[in-house]
Ligand binder design. Structure first.
Ligand SMILES: Cc1cc2nc3c(=O)[nH]c(=O)nc-3n(C[C@H](O)[C@H](O)[C@H](O)COP(=O)(O)OP(=O)(O)OC[C@H]3O[C@@H](n4cnc5c(N)ncnc54)[C@H](O)[C@@H]3O)c2cc1C
Length: 397
């Protein structure tokens, strides 16, 4: 259902009265990711909640309706030389790329820009939401220096629609960096791990340090060797050049210097693969100092892998052109155990229909997660069976 803003509350109240299960949605581009929602469920789309409500360029904040496409927000900000520091989504402008701001926050995932600008939750300074019973609430504020109170912004980031429907968001914006350049190193995992360790401990502050495995490099038309793509930005050309020089001097690997357009094309090419719906799409996370071990693991065979070196978070996916992917569930389970051993986790975002793996395992904080869910949605109406950090379907109380 795609209610107009004036119809939304009545619709949610009706669903509550009827005890119906329902799923908050943005533009429905990635609703199939993660665990299937249990039983019949009404999808309530935010596509009708669209537009910029308030933009204060002087304060570097913007308030938008949750269903507004990210590309639209970036366009508005771009007119004032500002941007929201998250990666562009994959796919073309009209399709998957038009993912909504609400969907982005509800998933809580961002790309390599996290290295310098932190995660989506760190850009969020306020939100408005609607609970499962139709009650509305606001949290945070509209200024960067925020008021006290419960931090619902962080709670709702990554909630996958399980706690309530986000209706409006206030986000922090940044000036667009005027100058950008990237340096790419290709070589063995040990060399790349050494370089990335040094870089993370250095005074340089790259925008991104993306680590691709050989399969992703090959799929992007490069030599089939692992690579580090280091994105740099500055207001000053000499400073930018100095950062490039530092990197070139540091490594014995040959360095390729790319301008912003070429970097954009590389990233778009790499992400294009995931836009064509691979059979397997996995979210990986390990402790950043163990990333080198992960990248050399035989369990990654058959997957294209794109990891952020600073956070140890990233994605792995099977070749989307393969009708029957060679990767088996037991290989993915082995990979999951490895991620756990390396201080992280694995979330299955997409899998072949007969694979049957749980999207996520129980988090140690499962009792707390369930208690919070119960406070927000006591009848268990929202996204039944889909609660991040809880492997089994929740029994409703
Ligand atoms: C590693 C990684 C990095 C990513 N980086 C980016 C990025 O930088 N930029 C980007 O745009 N996308 C990124 N994505 C995709 C992003 O996470 C979202 O999946 C996408 O933006 C959601 O688009 P949508 O509006 O179609 O949401 P939908 O597909 O409709 O919904 C996605 C999820 O959010 C919930 N949801 C949606 N809207 C609401 C709402 N208003 N209230 C409550 N819950 C809601 C749904 O229940 C569902 O669980 C990334 C994904 C991954 C895996």
């Amino acid at each position: 259902m795609r209610p107009e803003p004036s119809e939304l509350q009545e619709l949610v109240r009706d669903l509550h009265r009827q005890g119906s299960a329902w799923l908050p949605a943005g533009l429905s581009t990635r609703l199939d990711w993660g665990p299937p929602v249990a039983g019949p469920c009404t999808v309530v789309s935010c596509a009708g909640l669209r537009g910029v409500r308030e933009f204060n360029p002087g304060d570097f904040t913007i308030t938008v309706a949750a269903g507004t496409p990210l590309v639209e927000v970036q366009e508005v900000l771009g007119h004032q030389g500002q941007w929201l520091s998250v990666d562009a989504p994959w796919g073309d402008r009209q399709g998957a790329a038009a993912g909504s701001i609400g969907g982005l926050v509800a998933r809580g995932l961002a790309g390599g820009y996290r290295q310098r600008y932190l995660g989506v939750r760190d850009q969020l300074i306020g939100l408005a939401l609607m609970r499962a019973d139709g009650v509305t609430a606001r949290a945070g504020g509209k200024v960067v220096k925020n008021v006290a109170g419960y931090d619902l912004m962080r709670l709702f980031t990554g909630s996958w629609g399980s706690l309530g429907l986000i209706t409006e968001l206030t986000l922090r914006t940044l000036p667009q960096p005027p100058l950008r350049r990237s340096v790419c190193f290709q070589g063995g995992a040990e060399d790349l791990a050494g370089l990335s360790r040094w870089l993370l401990g250095s005074s340089l502050s790259p925008e991104r340090i993306d680590w691709w495995n050989g399969s992703l490099a090959a799929a992007s038309g490069l030599d089939p060797e692992p690579l580090l793509l280091i994105g740099l930005a500055s207001v000053d050309a000499a400073t930018l050049q100095e950062q490039v020089r530092c990197l070139q001097e540091r490594s014995t690997l040959p360095a390729r210097v790319l301008d912003a357009t070429t970097t954009g094309a590389w990233l778009a090419h790499a992400r294009g693969a995931t836009a064509t719906a691979p059979a397997w799409l996995l979210r990986l996370g390990v402790s950043p100092d163990r990333l080198g071990t992960l990248m050399q693991a035989p369990a990654l065979a058959g997957l294209a892998v794109d990891m952020a070196a600073g956070s140890g978070l990233g994605l792995a996916w099977s070749d989307p052109t393969e009708l029957r992917p060679a990767l088996t569930s037991s290989q993915v389970s082995t990979l999951r155990s490895l991620c756990n051993e390396l201080g992280g986790h694995l979330t299955v975002l997409r899998q072949p229909p007969d694979a049957g793996l749980p999207a996520w395992l129980d988090a140690p904080s499962r009792p707390l997660i369930e208690a919070i869910k119960h406070r927000f949605d006591p009848a268990g109406q929202l996204a039944p069976g889909r609660l991040p950090g809880v492997a089994q379907r929740l029994s409703t109380v």
